[in-house]
Design a protein around this ligand. Structure first.
Ligand SMILES: Nc1ncnc2c1ncn2[C@@H]1O[C@H](COP(=O)(O)OP(=O)(O)OP(=O)(O)O)[C@@H](O)[C@H]1O
Ligand SMILES: O=C(O)[C@H](O)CO
Length: 432
């Protein structure tokens, strides 16, 4: 983002500071993506930090430099803020007396107890000088334009990277409620209690952000819309199902398995009458998954109208994995492996069905691949190679599974993309 902004702005860019994940420049260089790095004489100072997506002293130094730059601006300046997911850990500026270590501990505890990103970032905002509109406040009276890549379902401006340029609408009561809910209120450090009680009586009230323009320039729905366009160019009837896929990968896989069976039956006009029960189950599961923008009926209509032609259903979001084993994998590969199992449950008729799941950042969990793709013959392929899918799944070892299966042919290699708008799922039908 910074390299593109500098290229576009040329000499209008006076100075800049960015806080990016540790090792990202070396990884980009290694991947041969020099064009994504800043030019040697760039006016932008780079800080790398927040190893393992946790705020650290390197990120704190970066946050300080960003704060100083913002505070030095006048009404004649324009501050361009480039925001992407991971921004919360990359911009830590705890309100004293809260220390970085205390913030780190609280963030880790909340995450480990299953707090949602909305809850986590509500707490982060309450304890930070720069989140929840703090950065915009520091830049006042300069104008502020924030260009934002969304990694949160629904693209909520105030949640993405904890909204450094978005006024926070949360109260201390909201924070206490969250801390209570996760059993953390009693054990809070004194510093956190002090900051929260001060916020209650802060005469300045919440930050105002009238001088700010926040714009989402990248999101899962934009990625899916482009994927849909490409699929149509390739001759598919393409349709976006949802940009809010969430829930446990096992339930999401069941959903795709049922959808594949219902759609395949409709496309091949086979099993007349029989899929009704499956269709009911599909709608029931869809309701359980609570996907706010799901276009299931429309998708099934589109399939029916495809007249036996190739169909591509697209979806996006971020399902979750319950880690229980010590294997190597990521949520996309694990989802693909579960969907492969579902597709093998019963014959789908004279049709090829392919499911692909990939992380848009190009890195699925701690692996070097973006995800994986499967077809309905996955189960038989695996058993022909002596690979037990159930065993790999029980160890969360999807990467090892796909690395072995057909010499890794089902792994999706994109390399680091330098951005993250969550995951993309494709379900493709090609009648034979
Ligand atoms: N062995 C594994 N099998 C399946 N999923 C895993 C495994 N190990 C880690 N994960 C998942 O990978 C994710 C952690 O990887 P990463 O650091 O890339 O997280 P993230 O920032 O949430 O992901 P992303 O950057 O893709 O949004 C978590 O969702 C975690 O559950
Ligand atoms: O940084 C964060 O807060 C998360 O990635 C959500 O944007």
């Amino acid at each position: 983002m910074a390299a593109a902004a500098e290229e576009l702005l040329g000499q209008h860019l006076v100075q800049g500071v960015i806080s990016v994940p540790k090792g990202i420049r070396a990884a980009m260089e290694h991947a041969g993506k020099q064009e994504m790095l800043l030019k040697p004489h760039s006016h932008i100072q780079v800080f790398e930090g927040a190893e393992d997506n946790l705020p650290d002293h390197d990120a704190l130094r970066a946050a300080l430099a960003i704060q100083q730059l913002a505070e030095g601006l006048t009404a004649d300046d324009l501050l361009l803020v480039l925001i992407s997911g991971g921004g919360s850990a990359l911009l830590p500026a705890p309100i004293p007396p809260v220390t970085l270590e205390e913030k780190q501990t609280l963030t880790k505890l909340l995450a480990a107890r299953g707090a949602t990103i909305q809850e986590l970032n509500t707490i982060r905002k309450a304890l930070s000088q720069l989140k929840g509109g703090g950065l915009a406040q520091a830049a006042y009276p300069a104008q502020v334009v924030s260009l934002i890549l969304s990694d949160v379902i629904g693209d909520p401006l105030e949640v993405i990277a904890s909204g450094p340029t978005v006024a926070s609408a949360h109260s201390v009561q909201d924070c206490l409620h969250i801390l209570n809910h996760y059993g953390l209120r009693a054990a809070l450090p004194r510093s956190v209690k002090t900051v929260l009680s001060r916020a209650d009586s802060d005469p300045r009230g919440p930050h105002t952000c009238g001088h700010v323009l926040n714009v989402i320039i990248g999101s899962n729905s934009l990625a899916l819309a482009e994927a849909q366009r490409q699929a149509e160019l390739l001759g598919y009837h393409a349709m976006v199902l949802s940009t809010a896929m969430q829930g446990d990968v096992k339930s999401v896989a069941q959903f795709y398995g049922l959808l594949a069976r219902v759609a395949a039956a409709s496309l091949t006009s086979s099993m007349a009458g029989q899929p009704l029960e499956e269709e009911e189950k599909l709608y029931q599961l869809a309701a359980e998954l609570q996907l706010p923008d799901l276009q299931l009926e429309e998708a099934l209509e589109a399939v029916a109208k495809a007249n036996g032609g190739p169909v591509c259903l697209l979806a996006g979001g971020e399902p979750t994995v319950q880690l229980q084993g010590s294997g190597k994998g990521g949520r996309n590969q694990e989802l693909a492996l579960h969907v492969g199992t579902e597709l093998g449950r019963q014959p789908l008729g004279p049709i090829d069905v392919l499911f692909l799941s990939g992380g848009t950042d190009g890195q699925d969990g701690p692996t070097k691949v973006a995800g994986a793709w499967v077809m309905s013959d996955l189960v038989s392929q695996a058993s022909a190679e002596g690979l037990s899918i159930a065993t790999f799944l029980s160890h969360n070892d999807s990467y090892t599974f796909f690395s072995r299966l057909q010499g890794g042919a089902h792994l999706l290699h994109t390399g680091l993309t330098g951005t993250n708008v969550m995951d993309v799922h494709l379900l493709i039908f090609r009648p034979q």
